[in-house]
Design a protein around this ligand. Structure first.
Ligand code: MN
Length: 411
């Protein structure tokens, strides 16, 4: 595929990608756009040129605070819309070439939350991560709890505190039990951590009582974003038994602004780890359902350069998205367009592929070096955590951009 738009070969937003996002210029209305190279294609303006005529889309759907209404048009329409854009951007005599105002420079806009998130669920689906945590906090010989290989463990999180890349957060306070104390104290968390995750956005609602099978699941997934599930390990350790994470997680999670569609990720599908023992029939999934997505976490200390602290890959996930969604709806729980499902921390086998500071510093016992002799066990005030992700096959690159969040001192 060859586009007439100038794009760098290392751009995440190649002609093969075309992710959707919500942007605004100065004080104007929020609009839906598609990223290509360093530019954004204004979809309202594109629609007004008539290129979506066969789809019968009202141009107004592109003047919106969120992608939800566009996504609700259904995959038949949204997939076709993306294909039309792709075709036009490759067609040297396209009508899009006559109107420069439909392209906006990414550096000139403000990006916004891409979807209005109704519900948010976080899974725990990397076997390396779950094993590391179980080894540290329980028993290395029985690191995985008995249910782990039989179902994708998850918990219901807060959607209210999911924020966009670029928004700063404050160090959370909470109840912790210090090692040498016999009673808890309420204080600033001293173990603030990131979790390298990917989120997927629900593209089709179900009715209460219905279940989605692993075979159907991809029809219900619109696309993916990078997801940093901020965590306070000291709060988590004290509160999590018996009902799981609560305030240790709900102070913030950050996402990248561009939603990469499942269709753009199709060439990067790969098979996941072998599941042993065999899962129950309702969770069985056939074929390649994992994705080869290179992931990276960097820490930028105040006034310093960023330093890579982890390199992982989404293909390591033991449970895939189809199984997560099948499990989530297996009891008849309904899902809605815009719901966010996060993968759980994505760790690999190697110690430099762990997806959290908890694992990288092995609960604070091995400091992680940054630039200029600096090191970290957890995240300090004024540190910025950056996550990036991309797929690459030959010269074809499809990337996610980044999710970048600075941790400020407690309020
Ligand atoms: Mn998490």
């Amino acid at each position: 595929m060859q586009t007439w738009i100038e794009t760098d070969k290392n751009s995440d937003f190649s002609i093969y990608n075309l992710p959707f996002g919500v942007y605004s210029i100065k004080n104007k209305n929020k609009k839906i756009g598609v990223a290509i190279g360093d530019l954004i294609l204004d979809l309202e303006a594109v629609s007004e040129l008539g290129v979506f005529n066969e789809l019968n889309i009202d141009s107004n759907v592109f003047v919106s605070n969120y992608l939800n209404d566009f996504i609700s048009l259904g995959k038949k329409t949204t997939v076709k819309a993306r294909e039309i854009i792709q075709k036009e951007l490759c067609n040297v005599s396209s009508v899009l070439r006559n109107d420069n105002s439909i392209f906006i420079k990414q550096k000139d806009v403000t990006m916004h939350m891409p979807v209005k998130i109704g519900d948010y669920t976080d899974f725990y689906s990397s076997i390396e991560h779950a094993t590391n945590i179980g080894t540290m906090f329980r028993d290395p010989k029985n690191a995985l709890l008995p249910n782990w290989r039989h179902l994708p463990v998850g918990y219901h999180g807060r959607s209210s505190s999911i924020i966009l890349s670029g928004q700063d957060i404050h160090r959370p306070k909470g109840q912790v039990m210090l090692n040498d104390n016999t009673s808890p104290s309420f204080q600033e968390s001293v173990r603030v951590d990131f979790e390298l995750e990917m989120g997927f956005i629900i593209g089709k609602s179900t009715h209460l009582g219905e279940s989605v099978s692993t075979n159907e699941a991809e029809d219900f997934i619109f696309g993916k974003v990078l997801f940093n599930d901020w965590s306070a390990r000291d709060i988590q350790k004290w509160e999590y038994v018996p009902l799981g994470p609560f305030l240790a997680k709900s102070f913030a999670s950050s996402i990248s602004p561009w939603v990469v569609t499942l269709e753009a990720l199709e060439p990067f599908k790969t098979t996941g780890p072998k599941q042993e023992p065999k899962v129950l029939p309702h969770l069985e999934s056939k074929g390649a359902k994992n994705y080869d997505i290179n992931l990276e976490v960097l820490i930028q200390a105040d006034k310093e350069n960023e330093k890579t602290v982890s390199k992982s890959n989404f293909k390591f996930m033991y449970w895939n998205m189809c199984q997560q969604l099948a499990h989530h709806t297996s009891n008849g729980c309904n899902i809605n367009v815009g719901d966010m499902m996060a993968s759980g921390t994505i760790s690999g086998k190697d110690a430099n592929s762990y997806g959290s500071m908890l694992e990288l510093s092995w609960a604070g016992s091995k400091p992680v070096s940054l630039n200029n002799g600096d090191s970290r066990k957890f995240i300090n005030d004024n540190d910025t955590v950056i996550m990036r992700g991309y797929c690459q096959k030959g010269s074809i690159r499809v990337g996610f951009g980044e999710v970048k969040t600075k941790l400020l001192k407690s309020l």
